[in-house]
Design a protein around this ligand. Structure first.
Ligand code: HEC
Length: 148
């Protein structure tokens, strides 16, 4: 007869997490739970863990390693140079209000051939976009690195 919950060695193996496939059991730095709200903390989660905005909006070298200031743009993606999203006065969204930011995502792709997945990202809710905007506003202002 099987007892539940298991005891002894079986219990230890299960609780060790070694064989767990549940991502919430993975060790840090993976967040165990994310609260969906309009804060910069949630925006950071969307931006880094889901949408990977930093992957295109940060300059990298040929091996893919990040070389530019985070989100300062200057990345070359399929021949398109990514704009600077940091709150620097030279940044593309420096003068954009939160509502301007949301409105831009509702418009979809405006630059023909742009590799940015505007239509998928445009399906984010207003609250999700608010969180992303709030997070981008917490970044260290930086100039776009020279494009090469
Ligand atoms: C696959 C690469 C890629 C990813 C991922 C990406 N972008 Fe972009 N993004 C670009 C490129 C290239 C441009 C310039 C061409 C354009 O405007 O479509 C751009 C432009 C922008 C602009 C300026 C639009 C304008 O009209 O001036 C904003 C704002 C922006 N991205 C925000 C984001 C945010 C926020 C994310 C994550 C949710 C993100 N991007 C993810 C490549 C990317």
């Amino acid at each position: 007869m099987t007892r539940y919950p298991p005891t002894g060695p079986i219990r230890w193996v299960i609780s060790s997490g070694l064989f767990s496939s549940n991502p919430s059991d993975l060790p840090d730095p993976y967040p165990r739970a994310v609260k969906a709200d309009t804060t910069a903390a949630y925006g950071k989660y969307i931006t880094h863990s889901i949408a990977e905005c930093n992957g295109c909006h940060t300059q990298r070298d040929i091996s893919g390693a990040f070389t530019g200031a985070p989100f300062a743009g200057g990345g070359n993606v399929e021949g398109f140079v990514t704009p600077n999203l940091t709150p620097d006065s030279s940044g593309r969204i420096f003068n954009w209000s939160q509502q301007d930011f949301i409105n831009r995502f509702r418009k979809g792709k405006l630059v023909p051939g742009s590799p940015m997945p505007w239509y998928s990202f445009g399906r984010m809710s207003d609250d999700e976009l608010k969180a992303v905007y709030q997070y981008l506003r917490t970044l260290k202002p930086a100039k776009m690195p020279a494009v090469h």
